[in-house]
Write a protein that binds this ligand. Structure first.
Ligand SMILES: *Cc1c(COP(=O)(O)O)cnc(C)c1O
Length: 444
């Protein structure tokens, strides 16, 4: 019989865990917990000793419909008996074709070409390479630079870090990186003197315009996380920014890359976040939730125009990026099962009610003396905690686990990003326990 203790000790000696200073698992003060999970069901995770945790962050934003969803499980079982994987160069298969067609339809038919990889950072790399190469193929050889937003996050490979502005992830590798230019974020929290979120967006767009006026000839693409900059702390902005950015990108001949790896798949309230601004990106990156949180999968969707820039007899004009597991059949089938659930269960509609319910439950926290900027868009809610305790996030995380919930603050930002199958009762539970963890962390 496996026990928590047994697995925890073996994990600490054999597994190098991500995004973790491993020594902190052994700190004398506020040691970082490590939780062995035996099984998952719906929003619940179960350890080996009979404890449970409500997965309030969808296991790092990937799990849309809970753990061990019967319909996704069944789809994967049937796919296993047909085809697990096949090389996608020179070969094709049903799940990858169907998925490409359905995603293109969901994006309004304007992003008709899907390129596949396994993780979000690779999708970012692919979008950047495609943009650069498309301009090269058009003879615009001076377009070699990228623009990103302050506080943006697009993954942690060396190329993706170039367009990421999170010091914690980037600074240690600065000498390896060819950094992109950073323009102002439209983060609505910057509002001063009664300024509206739209006014903040207009101000940020003016900064983008100043940069483009000077440098547009050398800029290939602007990359943004539409509506919510997640990894830097759930910074939310008005859709007006996206409309202005789209207009400026058109005016100055710069590609617009929408990184919807976190905000796509219904998370922001619409299936794609950019749809709330009624714009069309030149590239759309998807990953995380697209496979329902089952298997690694990422997709870069692009337009006929970009596709045409590569379509030529010359091999060197082609997009030769190759990736061993590209278009994995099992992952694509999990994604198709995920899209089926969206359609059959009217998920976007249902989420609207859930999001409203979550907002109602969180409202009392707005009056908490140490809570600022309670905010929400769709199925993401967040607030900032006023505390000068450098261990606040670790303390909150531990108290949350003690309260049977999984929430991992980003610095002093506590956020909720639950699976869409969460019930109203479970939302009440999540918020009540989060409030208890907040009090415990503040009054250590
Ligand atoms: C998570 C994330 C990525 C990176 O995805 P990985 O699969 O972790 O490499 C890129 N962009 C955004 C917006 C993300 O949230």
């Amino acid at each position: 019989m496996t026990s928590n203790r047994d697995l925890l000790e073996r994990s600490l000696s054999a597994v190098w865990h991500p995004c973790t200073q491993m020594r902190q698992h052994a700190s004398a003060v506020e040691p970082l917990p490590l939780v062995p999970i035996a099984s998952g069901q719906g929003v619940w995770l179960h350890d080996f000793d009979g404890r449970r945790y409500l997965d309030g962050i969808s296991s790092w934003w990937v799990n849309l419909f809970g753990h061990c969803h019967p319909r996704i499980n069944a789809a994967l079982r049937s796919q296993l008996d047909e085809l697990e994987h096949v090389i996608l160069a020179g070969f094709t298969h049903r799940p990858v074709v169907e998925l490409s067609e359905r995603l293109s339809a969901l994006a309004g038919g304007v992003l008709g070409h899907c390129f596949y990889a396994s993780d979000g950072a690779s999708a970012t790399e692919i979008a950047l390479k495609m943009s650069f190469h498309a301009w090269q193929n058009r003879g615009r050889t001076e377009k070699q630079e990228f623009l990103c937003l302050a506080g943006g996050y697009h993954g942690e490979t060396v190329g993706a870090l170039a367009v990421t502005d999170v010091a914690l992830f980037k600074d240690a590798y600065a000498p390896l990186i060819r950094p992109a230019a950073i323009v102002a974020t439209p983060d609505a929290r910057q509002a001063v003197d009664g300024e509206s979120a739209i006014e903040v967006a207009v101000r940020a767009a003016a900064d983008l315009e100043r940069h483009l006026q000077q440098h547009h000839r050398r800029v290939a693409a602007l990359i943004v996380e539409p509506l919510i900059q997640c990894a830097s702390g759930m910074a939310m902005h008005d859709p007006a920014y996206l409309r202005l950015a789209r207009r400026l990108c058109d005016q100055y001949e710069v590609h617009l890359i929408c990184d919807e790896i976190a905000v796509g798949c219904g998370r922001s309230g619409s299936f794609f976040a950019h749809q709330q601004a009624d714009i069309r990106p030149d590239f759309l990156c998807l990953s995380k939730g697209i496979s329902g949180g089952y298997l690694p999968l990422s997709i870069v969707m692009t337009t006929d125009a970009v596709y045409a820039d590569f379509y030529h007899e010359a091999t060197s004009r082609g997009f030769l990026h190759s990736h061993s597991y590209t278009g994995n059949a099992l992952a694509c089938r999990a994604a198709l099962a995920t899209l089926d659930i969206f359609a059959e269960d009217q998920v976007i509609e249902r989420n609207r009610q859930l999001a409203e319910y979550l907002a109602g439950c969180l409202q009392p926290l707005a009056g908490h003396p140490q809570v600022r900027h309670l905010r929400q868009r769709g199925m993401i809610a967040a607030f900032d905690v006023i505390s000068d305790d450098p261990l606040f996030s670790r303390r909150f995380y531990r108290h949350a686990l003690d309260n049977e919930i999984l929430l991992r603050p980003i610095g002093n930002t506590v956020y909720f990003m639950p699976p869409y199958v969460i019930s109203q009762g479970e939302i009440e539970f999540l918020v009540a326990r989060a409030s208890a963890a907040l009090e415990a962390a503040l009054h250590r």
